[in-house]
Design a binder for this molecule. Structure first.
Ligand SMILES: Cc1ncc(COP(=O)(O)O)c(C=O)c1O
Length: 359
């Protein structure tokens, strides 16, 4: 069971489930804030109790529920209370904290998911590095690996054709661990502690609210809005990720690739596209299940033909993410850039863009 709002690195787990003949179910997003209605979640967690009962495993578990504590698309913070809700319905829970952890405190003595994944490097403002899957020992003990790799076995025989896995987490740590980078995590966490994650949280919250307030009030001379925000437009129940498209005065969208190019030239590091979160994108752009199924089969040769078949005006959006290094000047400079570059600017520059090869 997954929410539409998930990074592809979580969506992809559905294929493991499918190959083991488990059923896969998605809980939809609803409304312009791109949140999950709790009634939909409760219904999905409890649905099909009779018919699925046979599929409970020997430990009495019904399956895995995976959701992000914070959306990497919209910044929405989904309730941490869902961990307990899903536990009550017999699910293990995988909480994706990759977008949440850099600017929010996650107390695992209070919120007790079975698995938490996160990317340490995102906490420290690095573009890449090591991440982790935290697992409760009881949850780890339920996992079965269909293969082994170097470093994961106690003993193995080639001629005897048997292997004995390690009993602890090292049974899941393939190959040579990145021991040159792992110590950086400790240094990074100490540094973050010295600043205080609560302070980072308040700073990011203030910058986000200020940016949302400014972006949603900018208007072309025609009176039309410059910015279309996807997700919550106030600071409540969200983190420091603001996703939007810019509009021309005639209401058409500015191609996000153009914004990426022009923003980079002005010194801004923005992410554009679909952010590896197709479900939140489908929710934001109002794409229905029927159209994705038919269109996907008919016309997925290139991303441009896929977008045209879905009648989508553009391939994604623009994302501003605040973190511990962001300042008020950054936010002010970005708003000034958006105003001076896109306010009252007509359509035209898009025609020079190359075809899209991937989303
Ligand atoms: C919510 C979320 N989950 C998962 C990931 C994947 O992280 P990584 O690329 O470190 O595996 C990201 C990365 O942007 C993310 O924001």
């Amino acid at each position: 069971m997954l929410t539409w709002d998930n990074h592809n690195s979580v969506n992809g787990i559905r294929e493991y489930a499918r190959s083991a003949r488990a059923s896969v179910r998605y809980v939809p997003l609803s409304g312009p804030e791109l949140r999950v209605a709790e009634s939909d979640l409760v219904a999905a967690l409890g649905a099909g109790r009779g018919s699925l009962a046979r599929r409970w495993d020997r430990a009495g578990r019904r399956g895995l529920f995976a959701y992000p504590a914070q959306s990497n698309f919209s910044g929405v913070q989904h309730p941490l209370g869902w961990v307990e809700l899903a536990h009550q319905q017999g699910y293990d829970v995988l909480l994706d904290a990759a977008a949440f952890a850099p600017t929010n405190r996650l107390d695992l003595s209070v919120v007790r998911p079975d698995f938490v994944c996160l990317s340490w490097y995102k906490l420290f403002g690095y573009p890449t590095g090591v991440g982790a899957l935290l697992a409760r020992r009881t949850a780890l003990a339920r996992l079965r690996r269909p293969w082994f790799a170097g470093g994961t076995i106690r003993a193995v025989s080639v001629q005897g054709d048997w292997h004995r896995p390690m009993d602890d987490e090292s049974a899941f740590e393939d190959g040579t661990l990145n021991f040159l980078s792992i110590p950086d995590v400790e240094v990074g966490l100490r540094w973050l502690d010295s600043i205080g994650v609560d302070l980072v949280h308040s700073r990011v919250g203030l910058l986000t609210e200020w940016l949302l307030e400014r972006l949603t009030t900018l208007r072309h001379d025609t009176g039309g809005p410059l910015v279309q925000v996807y997700g919550p437009t106030t600071g409540a129940g969200r983190g420091g990720t603001v996703t939007f498209n810019l509009r021309h005065p005639d209401g058409t969208l500015v191609d996000e690739r153009l914004v990426a190019r022009e923003a980079a030239a002005a010194g801004f590091s923005l992410r554009t596209g679909c952010f590896c979160n197709p479900g939140a994108g489908e929710g934001a752009f109002g794409i229905s299940r029927r159209s994705t199924r038919q269109r996907l089969l008919a016309s997925v040769d290139t991303i441009d033909t896929y977008l045209a078949a879905l009648r989508l005006p553009t391939g994604g959006a623009v994302r501003v993410s605040f973190g511990l290094a962001s300042t008020a000047t950054d936010a002010e400079r970005f708003v000034a850039f958006a105003q001076s570059t896109y306010l009252n600017r007509g359509v035209g520059a898009e025609s020079a863009l190359p075809p899209r090869l991937r989303c």
